[in-house]
Design a protein around this ligand. Structure first.
Ligand code: SF4
Ligand code: ZN
Ligand code: ZN
Length: 313
């Protein structure tokens, strides 16, 4: 297998591009794809201060690495979610990555600062763990970016993630979610813009990027993810992609180019109705935001062990 660019020995094939790459040209491809996403969707200005949500997994560490390589000012943010050994290991991985490079990593710990962990919060709120977790993460990322004076919040969602979310939203015709499923969400009420610079790159490419760059990332999946519908959608799309390379890309980018505008007016109208949460100031449709309500229900509860909070797989 030869590199399509230089004809040297290739280390990876990318079937949707019908091309193979050596290490040097693969790393260049990753940086070019991120630069293209940033430019096409006006994600980040050179003068912006970016905050990268870092989980210790391949995608978030890779996007942080690529942004710094591209010359952006980017700090990291790690959220401790209190998910047993998984949180301990992912926190240590994120810290080691930042420490080795001398980069700034902010940390927020949900149990210490808000009095509950995800297994306990999910049970108290009668939500599935990923729902309580997603809600907490969105809130805490927003808050940390706002208080730190960052212009833009970066997440490591890749093409596989976005195609799977889109697939789920289309299967159930979740038009409110479809209106918000964009690679850039504008700033609102003092909260930063949110961007996904990895939308042009897949999961396998991000793992290869980390290996070639010598980035040590946490490989274990979160124990709460078992049985998660999102994983099922990913598997279904992987089967389709294997038979027809490029389908995920066409599905996601076709949606952005040809369908997404039909759903955005409702999402924009919904956003305009938001007001500041009476407790924390976060934008919310009600008087008190969902995170503050979760805190109320989850604190003063007996802690739930990780194994019991886990969804049936
Ligand atoms: Fe949170 Fe679910 Fe992701 Fe685990 S899998 S970190 S519970 S969203
Ligand atoms: Zn090459
Ligand atoms: Zn609130």
């Amino acid at each position: 297998m030869k590199c399509t660019v230089c004809k040297g020995p290739a280390v990876i094939d990318i079937r949707r591009h019908n091309a193979n790459f050596c290490a040097e040209h693969f790393l260049r491809l990753c940086r070019d794809q991120v630069a293209k996403a940033i430019k096409d969707f006006a994600m980040i200005e050179p003068s912006d201060r970016a905050l990268v949500a870092v989980s210790g997994g391949k995608d978030s560490l890779a996007v942080w690495d690529i942004l710094v390589e591209l010359g952006y000012q980017a700090d990291g943010l790690y959220l401790g979610l209190g998910i047993g050994d998984y949180s301990d290991a992912s926190g240590e991985t994120a810290r080691a990555f930042a420490r080795d490079r001398g980069w700034t990593l902010l940390e927020v710990d949900l149990p210490t600062e808000h009095g509950f962990d995800i297994p306990t919060g999910a049970k108290a709120a009668r939500r599935v763990p990923c729902s309580a977790c997603g809600l907490s993460k969105r809130h805490l990322f927003d808050e940390a970016a706002r208080t730190g004076g960052y212009d833009v919040l970066v997440t490591g969602h890749n093409l596989d993630d976005e195609a799977a979310v889109l697939f789920g939203n289309v299967l159930h015709w979740q038009d409110d979610y479809l209106g918000r499923q964009l690679p850039v969400l504008p700033a609102r009420q003092g909260f930063p813009r949110k961007v996904k610079p990895l939308v042009r790159l897949g999961e396998r490419e991000m793992a290869a990027y980390c290996v070639l760059r010598g980035i040590d990332y946490i490989v274990e999946e979160c124990p709460m993810a078992a049985g998660n519908k999102h994983l099922g959608y990913k598997e279904a799309l992987n089967l389709i992609e294997a038979a027809s390379p490029g389908t995920k890309h066409d599905f996601y980018f076709g949606f952005l180019a040809r369908a997404s505008a039909r759903f955005t007016p409702d999402a924009v109208a919904e956003r305009e109705l938001l007001q500041a949460c009476a407790r924390c100031g976060a934008p919310t449709p009600g008087e008190v935001c969902a995170f503050c309500r979760l805190v109320d229900r989850a604190t003063d509860r007996e802690a739930v062990p990780v194994a019991l909070g886990r969804r049936p797989g």
